[in-house]
Design a protein around this ligand. Structure first.
Ligand SMILES: Nc1ncnc2c1ncn2[C@@H]1O[C@H](COP(=O)(O)OP(=O)(O)OP(=O)(O)O)[C@@H](O)[C@H]1O
Length: 209
């Protein structure tokens, strides 16, 4: 092992058909750095994340240094016919006792037998977060993990995620359209805008809150 590496995402161009969605994106995350990308719906945030996580390789550019990646999707994407515990055991190949501890760490102690469909959306999101963290990622990618939660639940999730992400120490890339999420979780905030979309640091005076 040579120690943690920066994650470098260079996208010269990403197209869907003839349409350019992303162009000239150069983003380097220092080891352990947490970067949030803010931007309106449809601008290309999820596309950037899928490329960063290695799920989309149909682009011109490179992604380097990502190492072991875990992604939390907008939808929890759990195995519906497996218990909460088995969702962790199967995905991360960990013993049941470790899965129980992970459930407790996201406030799901005692819910190991529950099927995802019997959990609230907020609980499913926490289970999906636990699953990602159980993989002991070097690079954690979060795609609007708090979308469609009520304000109180989202605030609880933000605090929990901020604590767990800090504890796990993974280099983290988060996309959201909620500035409060970006501020709670990130060391650095970037804004994605334009067609094709580009990234720039968040300005202080442009009304981007
Ligand atoms: N598989 C695909 N094929 C064609 N077009 C796509 C595909 N995936 C995304 N797009 C288009 O690319 C653009 C960027 O989509 P993307 O999902 O990255 O946006 P986003 O910023 O994540 O939006 P949201 O905040 O609503 O999730 C959109 O115009 C979308 O319609």
């Amino acid at each position: 092992m040579s120690g943690p590496a920066p994650v470098s995402i260079d996208i010269w161009v990403k197209r869907f058909g003839a349409r350019e969605v992303l162009r000239d994106i150069a983003l380097t995350l220092a080891p352990g750095e947490r970067v949030a990308v803010l931007g309106p719906s449809g601008v290309g945030k999820s596309t950037l994340l899928r490329i960063a996580a290695g799920l989309d390789t149909a682009f011109e550019g490179t992604v380097r240094g990502a190492g072991r990646v875990a992604m939390v999707f907008q939808e929890p994407t759990l195995l519906p016919w497996r218990s909460a515990r088995d969702n962790l055991v199967l995905a991360a190949r960990i013993p049941a006792a470790e899965a129980e501890a992970a459930l407790a760490s996201v406030g799901l102690a005692g819910r190991g037998e529950a099927f995802p469909g019997h959990l609230s959306l907020g609980q499913q999101r926490r289970l999906a977060l636990a699953r990602a963290l159980c993989a002991r990622p070097e690079f954690l990618v979060l795609d609007e993990p708090f979308a469609s939660l009520d304000a109180e639940t989202a605030a609880g999730m933000r605090a929990l995620t901020a604590r767990l992400v800090a504890e796990c120490g993974a280099t983290t890339l988060l996309v959201t359209h909620a500035p409060a999420e970006a501020e709670a979780l990130a060391d650095r905030i970037l804004v994605m805008s334009g067609t094709p979309a580009q990234l720039r640091p968040r300005g202080r005076s442009s009304g981007e809150r």
